[in-house]
Write a protein that binds this ligand. Structure first.
Ligand code: ADP
Ligand code: MG
Length: 255
């Protein structure tokens, strides 16, 4: 569903990702872990086309996202091509990124009306179903500022799902939440993963969650994949000393 082919990314002269070569199968839940600055967010932003690769290519659903063929050469894909290929990708951010001046309902219906061509009524019916699923059916007329962080993040998840994505990208979606709100949001995500055939690429520092929900965990370090494997193996018996160091530092903090 997602394939990175020898992807490199630099910001100016500073390398950020190098030789990134991995893929995520349809319906798979892959979690990216690794120290701050190791390139996790950049990977998600490349998939979302918020950043452009410096080398290599990315395929989505068997189609090249980043490049198009011109004669016998590959050239960087025009924006319209990227927009079309990434239309079935949703992303939820650490900072919710809701539209503050719109009601919760409008936040969710705006995308489907504008981008999927849904009528207002259809979009609202679907949005209310999603709000019920995330436990916020009574907040449809509230503004984001009237909600707790955990509730705002549930709205952001509902908004992403309203776009009927095949792929959901999650970037530390609980990092900005008060500790007592984290579990509910993680439980919601685990339920969604369990009950849909969405493909997930998830960045998190919540190791217990990662271990419980992931099919595979990929460890990044300095812009490269350090190792990857099924969560039980990776957490219990990592191969790389750097993985051990990272895990013991994070797990100490979790207590
Ligand atoms: P992570 O999410 O793992 O903490 P990031 O992908 O955010 O890592 O960042 C990886 C590296 O790229 C860091 O060294 C960071 O400073 C750098 N970086 C990220 N975004 C930018 C940017 N827009 N401009 C310049 N450097 C950036
Ligand atoms: Mg990050």
């Amino acid at each position: 569903m997602i394939r990175f082919n020898d992807v490199g990314k630099r910001y100016g002269d500073t390398p950020c990702l190098e030789g990134l070569d991995f893929s995520v199968a349809p319906g798979e839940f892959v979690t990216l872990i690794g120290p701050s600055g190791s390139g996790k967010t950049t990977i998600l932003r490349l998939v979302m086309t918020l950043e452009q690769v410096s080398s290599g290519t990315i395929d989505i659903g068997g189609e090249c996202l980043t490049h198009v063929r011109k004669g016998d050469k590959l050239i960087p894909a025009p924006e319209a091509h990227q927009r079309r290929v990434r239309r079935r990708i949703g992303m939820v951010f650490q900072q919710f990124n809701l539209f503050p001046h719109m009601t919760v309902l409008r936040n969710i219906t705006e995308g489907p009306i504008r981008s999927l061509g849904q009528g207002r009524e259809e979009a609202e019916v679907k949005a209310l179903e999603l709000l019920e699923m995330v436990g916020l059916q009574d907040k449809s007329n509230s503004k984001p500022g009237q909600l707790s962080g955990g509730q705002q993040q549930r709205v952001a998840i509902a908004r992403a799902l309203a776009m009927q994505p095949d792929i959901l990208l999650l970037d530390e979606v609980t990092s900005a939440l008060d500790p007592e709100l984290v579990t509910g949001v993680l439980k919601l995500l685990a339920d969604i993963a369990e009950s849909t055939d969405l493909t997930f690429l998830c960045v998190t520092h919540e190791m217990r969650f990662a271990r419980g929900v992931s099919d595979r965990v990929v460890v990044l370090d300095g812009g490269r994949v350090l190792e990857q494997g099924p969560p039980d193996q990776l957490f219990a018996d990592p191969v790389e000393p750097r993985t051990r160091e990272f895990l013991s530092a994070v797990l100490d903090r979790e207590g």
